[in-house]
Design a protein around this ligand. Structure first.
Ligand code: GLV
Ligand code: MN
Ligand code: MN
Length: 446
């Protein structure tokens, strides 16, 4: 009898996987994303959140509130990049950093970028709650101005962190009211006295980040079409942006006869069509060209346009081919201006090389997905992300989740609670694997 009791009271231990130890609440993430969406210049479901506006500042406060509730230590740099840190046991190692952006282009949706911030806070909170002890510190961040809306420059925060931004260039950027980045940053409590100091403060010293991983919605239809759960990103396409202006002399829409006109609006219209033509001429589906800004002045129905301003975005996964398209567009702008007798300027806003994702991170993401029984697809990112610049200073990877119909940059952007929960879970396991820390007792009592 004695013997039997001893046998039955002995605890039996079994191994449980790290995946089972983590509890990720997808609905909570969606609720938080929904609350974040309310900080918008347009009524939901549309979301518009422009850098350093009151809604952007309220979104920032909310993100910091969530970081604090998750037990993270908050730090902000002069550019307005926000970090929340879960300290690791080995201070000689760099961190495993994750994050994305919370700014939103006009009339966007509520998942682009925000998932990679709010979802990452949930991932770190879950790891903390599960008793995971990181070796490399785990950090989540919100980048300043990934979208180019206010200063016509994308990925401002990550460009600064990676040293890809000069004082001269940043100071040349003014918003539509003539406000500079430094003035805008100082007005909301970030900033510095000089551009040099501003950029120095954001610059990441070598060895500070060992890995960077970004969780994002796909923004394209491939995962959904192929019924795959997780996208393992292999590379990020190379984006370029041009600003083109045509100037004519304008005139009266009734009195000025057609042969006497030099209509800047028509020059712009021809160039927009040329962008489409040159992009299609590569014969590759990976080449894309968009004229997303087209403004004419004076903008009166009875006035011949005197001025046309175009914002042109050209991308490709092949950087050399992308550059050829950019050159063709420049040549067309010149030819159209000469033929139509208008003056023109072309400004290259950015022409960034593509980024290759780190293979160890790709493996870690694929293994995390496998542990959770999720299917994966290796794919390129056709959208750009802060990862494009983080890849210059740290091994970088991205995790995609499906979004409905591939819609993004529009109010009906949507990802399901299930896909969000799965993406956050994969992110958490990937970060734990890259951190090299330990789980509490790899055994549990039966
Ligand atoms: C990012 O928002 C992009 O335009 O790719
Ligand atoms: Mn975007
Ligand atoms: Mn984004």
């Amino acid at each position: 009898m004695m013997m039997l009791e001893v046998v039955f009271t002995i605890s039996i231990f079994v191994l449980t996987s790290s995946a089972e130890k983590l509890s990720i609440d997808g609905q909570r993430v969606v609720d938080q994303l929904t609350k974040l969406a309310t900080f918008s210049d347009h009524q939901n479901p549309a979301v518009t959140r422009i850098l350093f506006t009151p809604n952007d500042m309220m979104a920032r406060s909310y993100v910091k509130e969530l970081m604090t509730s998750a037990g993270l230590t908050i730090r902000e740099d002069a550019m307005g990049n926000i970090f929340g840190r879960f300290e690791g046991s080995d201070a000689t190692l760099g961190s495993v950093l994750t994050g994305s952006h919370c700014d939103a282009i006009p009339l966007a949706g509520m998942y682009d970028g925000t998932l990679g911030v709010i979802g990452a806070i949930e991932a770190l909170a879950a790891l903390k709650k599960a008793g995971y002890k990181p070796r490399r510190a785990l950090e989540v961040m919100m980048f300043t101005s990934e979208e180019p809306t206010r200063f016509a420059l994308s990925c401002v925060g990550s460009r600064a962190m990676s040293g890809a931004l000069t004082s001269e260039y940043l100071s040349s950027k003014l918003d539509e009211n003539g406000t500079s980045f430094l003035e805008a940053a100082n007005a909301v409590g970030y900033g510095s006295s000089t551009y040099h100091q501003l950029l120095q403060d954001a610059l990441v010293p070598k060895g500070k980040i060992d890995y960077f991983v970004e969780l994002h919605i796909e923004q394209g239809p491939e995962l959904e079409k192929e019924s795959k759960d997780i996208g393992v990103v292999t590379a990020i396409a190379a984006p370029a942006a041009l600003k083109v202006e045509f100037h004519g002399d304008g005139g009266h829409a009734g009195a000025q006869l057609m042969p006497l006109r030099n209509d800047a609006g028509l020059a712009g219209a021809e160039l927009a069509l040329a962008v489409e033509r040159h992009t299609l001429a590569t014969g590759s589906v990976d080449s894309v060209g968009t004229t997303g800004v087209f403004e004419i002045k004076p903008g009166a129905v009875n006035s011949v346009p005197r001025e046309a301003r175009l914002g042109i975005d050209i991308r490709d996964i092949d950087g050399v081919r992308r550059d050829k398209t950019v050159e063709s567009v420049r040549a067309s702008a010149k030819e159209i201006a000469e033929r139509r007798n208008v003056r023109h300027t072309v400004t290259l806003v950015n022409q960034d090389p593509p980024a290759i994702c780190n293979s160890d991170i790709q493996t870690a993401v694929a293994e995390a997905a496998k542990e959770l029984g999720l299917s994966t697809k290796s794919m390129v990112s056709r959208a750009y992300h802060d990862s494009l610049f983080m890849a210059r200073i740290a091994p970088t990877g991205m995790i995609f989740i499906p979004c409905k119909n591939g819609y993004s940059h529009r109010p009906d952007e949507f990802s399901s609670v299930k896909d969000i929960q799965q993406g956050v879970h994969v992110l958490a396991l990937t970060m734990a694997a890259l951190s090299g820390g330990s789980w509490p007792q790899d055994k549990s009592e039966l």
